[in-house]
Ligand binder design. Structure first.
Ligand SMILES: [Zn+2]
Length: 84
């Protein structure tokens, strides 16, 4: 019986980083975002759950109108201080 081993190469992920494209990479990324205090919110347009830095219908529409928040995501740290 063959024995298999999968090695997943991951770049360094920080809270607030944009999501990676791979499925397994996304789950590793999401775990780090959740540990950092970021929470998913449900999109009012399509009903999908998204982290604040993930683009979805609402954010894409805001960006088109020029009132988007860009990639700025406030991540609460251990001292409870929010960054800008
Ligand atoms: Zn959406």
């Amino acid at each position: 019986m063959p024995k298999w081993c999968c090695v997943l190469a991951m770049p360094e992920i920080k809270p607030g980083d944009p999501p990676p494209s791979g499925y397994l990479q996304w789950h590793a990324w999401a775990r780090i975002q959740h540990h950092a205090g970021l929470r998913q919110k449900r999109c009012r347009m399509c009903g999908l759950w998204r982290f604040p830095q993930e683009k979805c219908c609402t954010t894409l529409r805001k960006e088109r109108r020029g009132i988007g928040e860009g990639n700025v995501v406030s991540v609460p740290d251990e001292r409870g201080v929010k960054g800008n």
